[in-house]
Design a protein around this ligand. Structure first.
Ligand code: UD1
Ligand code: CA
Length: 462
């Protein structure tokens, strides 16, 4: 196999996106567009990948790191000029150079490999990846002669009426004989409607020099979609989401409504897990087998083990161990560790806290900065008071402790195993094994008080 090189174009401003964020750094299913491109091109076994950066170069470099080399294009004078900036790294190399744009996030390695193969088979100097666009507006058009041979590419703004009617478009992906590419690039001028040095002009230049120009027409137009604005960003997201969901379903994950199920790339989900509508699963989330993720749940960087049941809840940077359940309407915040078979019911919040196996946190509670053992019953409305206005404090509760409803556990305290807290207590001191803590005003009943109350005079209360 000839040596392969890849150039990713990512210097342009992306004006049409109307954004403070560089165009190729906009995300699709949790990953920036340029990372999608980089992931795919990495799979064609290139010797080197060079990304051309200009606008917001620091941001692009910070995102891609050392997964690619870089060439700077301080002034964005066009796609041809952009590729020329890689000359110091590439110009003297022998082999094939694949050029892609940072804004075509749906392209797959499979298509790129087919393109490279076709290029080699045809003995071409250049092979353009083309597609048939239902609406070609905005794309470069492929101009073929009477024999069907590609002569040149004409940009939208330079196209005649007849040329604009052509539906075969330039996807912005090409393979070039590397040496032929750089000698043609030197001849590209900026005499066109946009005053830019177009990469697309090398096609006519190479053709005139007598080289074979091939075009590999892909069937799936969607895959070649270039994202220039927010409308295309949403459209590309839909396509990517459909692919991700399709793969999960083929791998044994059930989705009630894949059209409204939003899962990032890089998420893993085990077999026989059911995902209900409106669910968002983001970041580095992993979900085990036989789970149910209920409607409208949001999971970010969550670790969910097997047999977990989630009902309409939010889980961020937290772990739910085997057989546990949560919801509806509860919130696990960072470093919540929910033990095996633990029950977290409705309207609970857990942050930086561990709940041991089988502990129950049924209703309306806040547990922050605490370590709870196993088999504990946390009554309704219990609050772990962890903040004094300056610092967060930690509390510990032992196994089989019973915390009565509406109690406050004012940190730092240690509640031993088998301790009992009477309902309504505000606990500020440690409680020993088998002891009961009760901290509330004693009840006083005043007999025959009714007549002293103003309501006793009201008609309503007679
Ligand atoms: C380009 C092609 C067009 C093709 C379309 C496919 C040219 C002249 N036109 O048009 O034929 O149909 O892609 O999506 O190539 N860039 C730089 N430096 C520059 C200019 C652009 O790095 O000086 C980068 C951009 O960041 C972008 C890519 O090149 O990632 C393509 O540029 P863009 O302006 O989006 O080109 P299109 O108008 O879409
Ligand atoms: Ca584009």
């Amino acid at each position: 196999m000839e040596p392969r090189y890849v150039v990713i174009l990512a210097a342009g401003k992306g004006t049409r996106m109307k954004s403070d964020v560089h165009k190729v750094l906009h995300k699709i299913c949790g990953r920036t567009m340029v990372e999608h491109v980089l992931t795919q091109v990495s799979q064609v076994q290139p010797q080197q990948i060079i990304t051309v950066v200009g606008h917001d170069a620091q941001d692009v470099k910070a995102t891609l790191g050392d997964r690619t080399a870089y060439a700077d294009q301080p002034e964005q004078l066009g796609t041809g000029h952009a590729v020329l900036q890689t000359a110091p790294l590439l110009a003297d190399k022998e082999g094939v150079t694949l050029v892609v744009s940072g804004d075509t996030p749906l392209l797959t390695a499979a298509t790129l490999n087919k393109l490279l193969q076709y290029h080699t088979e045809k003995g071409a100097k250049a092979t353009i990846l083309t597609a048939t666009a239902p609406d070609p507006t905005g794309y470069g058009r492929i101009i073929r002669n009477d024999l069907g041979i590609v002569e040149r590419i004409v940009e939208q703004k330079d196209a005649s009426h007849e040329e604009a009617a052509i539906q075969e478009i330039n996807t912005g992906v090409y393979c070039f004989d590397n040496q032929a590419l750089f000698s043609a690039l030197k001849q590209v001028t900026n005499k066109n409607a946009q005053g830019e040095y177009y990469l697309t002009d090398v096609i006519a230049i190479m053709r005139k020099a007598g080289g074979i120009i091939a075009a590999y027409r892909m069937h799936d137009f969607e895959e070649s979609m270039g994202v220039n604005d927010r409308v295309a960003l949403a459209a590309a997201t839909k396509v990517m989401q459909r692919r991700i969901n399709h793969d999960f379903m083929m791998a044994g994950v059930s989705m009630i409504d894949p059209a409204t199920t939003y899962i990032d790339v890089g998420v893993t989900i085990g077999q026989d897990t059911v995902i209900e509508p409106g669910v968002q699963i983001q970041g580095h989330t992993t979900i085990g087998k036989h789970c149910v993720v209920g409607a409208h749940s949001l999971l970010i960087d969550a670790t969910i083990e097997d047999d977990v049941h989630i009902t309409s809840s939010t889980i961020e940077s937290a772990i739910m161990r085997k057989g546990s359940d949560i919801g509806p309407n509860s919130h696990l915040r960072p470093k919540a560790d929910i033990g095996e078979d633990v029950h977290v019911g409705n309207f609970c919040e857990v942050k930086n806290a561990t709940l041991g196996a089988r502990t129950k946190l049924g209703h309306l509670s806040y547990v922050g900065d605490a370590t709870l053992g196993s088999d504990i019953n946390v009554g309704c409305g219990v609050v772990f008071v962890n903040y004094d206005g300056v610092k967060k404090w930690h509390s510990t509760v032992g196994d089989k402790a019973f915390i009565g409803s509406n109690s406050n556990i004012v940190a730092p305290v240690e509640i031993a195993d088998h301790a009992f807290i009477a309902a309504g207590s505000t606990i500020t001191k440690d409680i020993a094994y088998h002891a009961m803590g009760i901290a509330r005003a004693r009840q006083v009943n005043k007999p025959d008080f009714w007549d002293k109350l103003p309501l006793s005079k009201s008609q309503e209360w007679q």
